[in-house]
Design a protein around this ligand. Structure first.
Ligand code: HDE
Length: 684
């Protein structure tokens, strides 16, 4: 019987686990040591509980208030600590201290999120992903609160509440959760063509990332960089994952929602726990006013990208996430990101979406974290000294000394501490000429809604185009009001006739007349940088191979595969019908997972190491057949030994480049087999 095992409950706590000899004493919140954590105070052994029981009341009172309001958007998130290191200093462009020296390290906290779902919702819906990074610089916190898609749905902050109301669960019925495939979202977007650029990104494979470690990040808005002489440049911020961008197949992402609700959260946590640290390059697109004026769109419009072929990325640093949070609530949940947190050397532009965000994020923290002192929560506090005359408020934890809570003061003349004062090197807004009439309008330079989504469509591979068209068919098929579908089709005709035709055919609807655009779309030059498939990293790093085995399997075949995969940076997860131990050709082997609970959607490639007998037996098991047929349908590499043939046949696997013997699997597992798709799925 283990230490502290209790057999005799009910006598008043004398059999509890005790910390008398070692360990930490259990106390109330005010330090009173407790002798019993099992029983409330009662009038008589079976009698009513007494109001006097302050210990019970304190415990329940605290528990009752454990939850705080979740974020109104981006509620579902996962985060990690790490660092940013400058690899190419840019003092001639920005005086920001974190970019000043090669090798300079700045601690960071990064939080990734979905947008629409609640805090407990699934990790793999079709959605934009948040990509928020807090840099704890030596001149204050800089929060780059971005997304994995470089553009946003709307141009002006005043439309944000409407956009979010439309995409979240519908107001009367409270469904669907974490999904854009419903009437109100498509009603809104079909009426607002400025949404189309972000919409086509979200409908593409970018909307269903394989892993948080395999997503781009973007600052979205144009910002300013300012050097020590006050010279300004425009900039767009980019994060590029070391593992390359990878995405799921839609059917896979839908199945993952059942197989592992925490698929992305677990993947991030486990990678860091095994020291396989996620990493991104930090790149800048730097340009000046002249270049900005030469573009056929407005750099203040957050629905536009500047293709990398026009302004290339200059990589100046990298971010490594190397530490999981110690406590989810204290750190991830209470982290507060503010686009208004900038540092000397970085400044805002007049992008009307950004300008609205500068208010919203500060404001929302008061309702979420309950106090104006949320900056004192450790994850939010700067790591450099900070001091001002802000005082008091709920949950004040600083004990300020002296009388200097106003400025200017002359208390130093009386020998008292005068407190902090402004410094000449402190932040100064980049001066800018502003004149004009007060107007509630949208600039005409923001008026082209179709050219860039068309550019995106034209830049995709055939397979990526098929995914976009099919995603739109899927989503619009869930729209019950026909006039919304018709309106969307008429809009798609302006975006691209081919896309409109394919979506109409997929829905089984006639093409309506085309919408009348405010400005006729341009045919912009294709940007290969936008395609995931054209930029695929053929690597095993970060990828996981599942190995299915059963009675009689040869352990040496599994070991050889394990070695080949791990030496190339991949990981292996073994699966068998039972986890407790399987009698192998030689000895007994325990699996990491049980077959029914470890479907192939969780892995990047699968291996079958089976005897003929086991393969025949497993051909009658739906979990085994589904394991193989799903891997095939999700365009994954399948490696099999000779014995496994019966299971391959039963699962309908036809030979192609992605179906190989065990020796060929480590190489095959670096890819997905897009060509296979037309053989197994009707795409739009
Ligand atoms: Fe946000 N957004 N947003 N957003 N956003 C929030 O702030 C808002 C926008 C983004 O991990 C909220 O602290 C407005 C663009 C991320 O904690 C809220 C507008 C981009 C996160 C808010 C936008 C983002 C948020 C909710 C239109 C990419 C999660 C909780 C003007 C550049 C941060 C919170 C985290 C969170 C408002 C548009 C990214 C309500 C008003 C564009 C990554 O303040």
């Amino acid at each position: 019987m283990g230490k502290g095992y209790r057999t005799d409950i009910g006598k008043g706590g004398e059999t509890q686990q005790l910390a008398d000899k070692d360990g930490t004493a259990l106390t109330t919140n005010f330090g009173l040591p407790l002798s019993d954590n099992e029983n409330s105070l009662k009038a008589g052994e079976r009698g009513p509980t007494l109001l006097e029981d302050f210990i019970l009341r304190e415990k329940i009172f605290h528990f009752d208030h454990e939850r705080i309001p979740e974020r109104i958007v981006h509620a579902r998130g996962s985060a990690a600590h790490g660092y940013f290191v400058c690899t190419d200093p840019i003092p001639e462009i920005s005086r920001a201290s974190l970019f000043s020296k090669k090798g300079k390290k700045t601690p960071v906290f990064a939080r990734f999120s979905t947008v629409a779902g609640g805090a407990g919702s699934v990790d793999t819906p079709r959605d934009v992903r948040g990509f928020a990074v807090k840099f704890y610089t030596d001149e204050g916190n800089w929060d780059l609160v971005g997304n994995n898609i470089p553009v946003f749905f709307i141009q002006d902050a005043i439309k944000f509440p409407d956009l979010i109301h439309s995409v979240k669960m519908e107001a009367d019925r409270a469904f669907p959760q974490a999904a854009s495939a419903h009437d109100t979202f498509w009603d809104f977007v079909s009426l607002m063509p400025e949404t189309f650029h972000t919409l086509i990104w979200a409908m593409s494979d970018r909307g269903i990332p394989r892993s948080l470690r395999m997503m781009d990040g973007f600052g979205v808005h144009t910002f300013k960089l300012v050097n020590g002489d006050g010279k300004e440049s425009f900039v767009k911020f980019h994060w590029r994952p070391k593992l390359g961008v990878q995405s799921l197949i839609w059917d896979e992402s839908a199945k993952l929602q059942g197989a592992d609700n925490d698929y992305h959260r677990r993947d991030l946590w486990e990678a860091i726990a095994r020291s396989d640290f996620p990493e991104w390059e930090f790149g800048l697109q730097i340009f000046d006013q002249k270049q900005a004026d030469s573009l056929p769109y407005d750099i203040l419009d957050a629905t536009k990208i500047i293709p990398e072929e026009i302004v290339p990325l200059r990589v100046i640093g990298r971010m490594v996430l190397d530490r999981n949070p110690d406590n989810f609530f204290a750190e991830t949940e209470q982290s507060a990101f503010l686009p208004s947190n900038i540092v000397p050397g970085i400044d805002f532009t007049d992008d009307p979406l950004l300008q609205g965000r500068l208010f919203s994020y500060l404001d929302t923290q008061k309702s979420r974290l309950g106090t104006t002192n949320f900056h004192q929560i450790p994850v939010n506090a700067p790591k450099c000294p900070y001091a001002n005359m802000q005082r008091d408020g709920m949950m004040q934890t600083h004990i300020f000394k002296g009388r200097a809570n106003y400025e200017p003061n002359s208390l130093d003349e009386a020998g008292e501490d005068p407190g902090p004062r402004p410094v000449s090197t402190g932040f100064a807004t980049a001066p800018q000429e502003v004149e004009g009439r007060k107007l509630r309008v949208r600039s005409e330079s923001f008026g082209d809604f179709y050219s860039q989504p068309r550019l995106y469509w034209n830049s995709m591979t055939e397979s990526e185009q098929a995914h976009i068209a099919s995603a739109m068919v899927f989503e619009l098929s869930k729209v019950s009001l026909e006039h919304i579908r018709v309106r969307m089709l008429s809009q798609l005709r302006v975006l691209h006739e081919d896309l409109a035709k394919r979506v109409a055919a997929g829905l089984g609807m006639d093409l309506p007349a085309a919408a009348k655009p405010f400005r006729k779309p341009l045919d912009l030059p294709v940007s290969d940088a936008l395609s995931i498939q054209k930029n695929w990293h053929a690597t095993l790093q970060g990828r996981q191979v599942a190995v299915l085995f059963d009675e009689g399997s040869d352990p040496s075949e599994i070991e050889a595969l394990q070695k080949a995969v791990t030496t190339k940076g991949g990981t292996v997860f073994t699966i068998a019908p039972k986890v407790g131990g399987i009698a192998m050709k030689k000895g007994v082997m325990k699996a990491d997972g049980q077959l029914a609970g470890s479907p192939s959607v969780l892995f990047d490639a699968v291996a079958l190491v089976l005897t003929e007998e086991a393969a025949t037996r497993l051909s009658r098991d739906a979990a085994a057949v589904g394991f193989v047929s799903d891997a095939y349908a999700h365009l994954k590499a399948i490696g099999a030994n000779k014995g496994a043939q019966a299971l391959l046949d039963r699962a309908g696997v036809a030979p192609d480049k992605g179906v190989t013997d065990l020796a060929g699997l480590p190489k095959a597992a670096t890819a997905r087999y897009w060509d296979r798709e037309e053989k197994i799925r009707d795409l739009a």
